[in-house]
Design a protein around this ligand. Structure first.
Ligand SMILES: [Fe+2]
Length: 351
């Protein structure tokens, strides 16, 4: 662990059942008149976008839903062009990581020249964008609290990201009631993405006390709630724990970074269209096994956070329990163990 640590995060999080009712008050903090809700093609078929729009009766509000899963650079640039053309002055990112990342990028591209690919990498954006409020409807990416946006580069068959302080939203609103309708398979894959963020942040070389705090609590929340959220999606306690867990995981990896699982999931998504959370879930136990000896104590803590009893085991045996606990969780929620299984299962793990 480094002697000096830097922790950065979003500075305003509104959280709890019914929190969406605070949206108008949040919008009121800005002098916005012309608001764009950025969502995706799946969510726009549900009542959620119109419900959110109905909360903003005093404003001109448009809905933009041309965002696909794992949005391409072209999709992000098209959304930014729409924002520039119609001079929106506040964006609401509503949905999973795809519309949220699209809204984050479009907000900065509205006031910076060029296109998204000009800013791939770290801190290349020179000035702030228009304000953005982010409202997740999945419990996975944690993108609502991070300064990262990921996009697909179709020609290169991979994904890349923009990291910038200007991608932090002005506020995030986390309302677990908005996640109750999420289908089981999406709950499973996004939940394993969040768990991967937390575990990778906890064993990261850049881990620090603050990221450890959020990472371990995220692992606890996700470990005890994901099965229930998958099999009983209406269980609001499980949904709330998952949404909090994924947000905590976002706060952890936002400063501690992710690791090899995400390094492998990016090309698996870009090359083979495997859903991000599934690619993570499949790779996670294998990468943990590979990395285990580098952090036996920390993997033992992961096992404890996942509810394993390790007090009568050696440190190494305790650490190994973290791997078996992750494998059991993945299996319980129906995620295949190997890449081969993805192509054989035919269950639509690819996006
Ligand atoms: Fe991820």
């Amino acid at each position: 662990m480094a002697a000096v640590n830097v922790f950065t995060s979003i500075n305003r999080i509104i959280q709890g059942r019914g929190a969406i009712a605070q949206l108008a008050d949040e919008v009121c903090r800005f002098k916005a008149r012309n608001i764009l809700i950025v969502t995706d093609s799946g969510l726009v078929g549900t009542p959620i976008p119109s419900m959110v729009k109905s909360l903003l009766k005093d404003y001109a509000v448009d809905i933009y839903s041309a965002v696909e899963p794992d949005p391409s650079v072209e999709t992000i640039n098209a959304c930014a062009a729409y924002v520039r053309e119609y001079k929106f002055d506040l964006l609401i990112g509503l949905g999973g990581g795809s519309p949220i990342d699209t809204a984050k990028c479009a907000s900065v591209l509205a006031l910076n020249p060029g296109s998204a690919e000009d800013y791939l990498g770290i801190e290349k954006i020179e000035s702030a964008g228009i304000p953005k409020i982010l409202i997740p409807t999945t419990a996975g990416t944690g993108s609502e609290v991070t300064n990262v946006a990921v996009m697909s580069l179709k020609a290169a068959h991979t994904k890349k990201g923009i990291v910038s302080r200007y991608l932090f939203a002005e506020a995030a609103i986390l309302d677990p009631e908005l996640t109750q309708g999420l289908p089981p398979a999406v709950t499973a894959s996004t939940g394993m993405d969040a768990l991967t963020h937390a575990i990778e942040a906890y064993v990261s070389r850049f881990a620090q006390p603050l990221t450890d705090h959020f990472a371990l609590e995220a692992i606890r929340l996700i470990g005890r709630s994901l099965r229930t959220a998958v099999y009983n999606g209406q269980n609001i306690d499980a949904r709330e724990a998952m949404l909090t867990g994924s947000m905590y995981a976002g706060l952890a990896f936002g400063s501690a970074a992710t690791g090899m699982v995400h390094g492998l999931a990016m090309p698996l998504g870009g090359q083979f269209n495997i859903a991000h959370g599934i690619a993570n879930a499949v790779m996670l136990p294998h990468v943990m096994r590979h990395n285990l000896v580098s952090s036996l104590d920390r993997y033992r803590e992961v096992a404890i956070a996942l509810g394993e009893r390790v007090e009568h085991l050696s440190v190494r045996q305790g650490a190994e329990r973290a791997i078996s606990a992750v494998e059991a969780l993945s299996a319980d929620i129906g995620i295949p163990a190997y890449l081969d299984d993805l192509s054989r299962s035919g269950q639509g793990w690819n996006e």
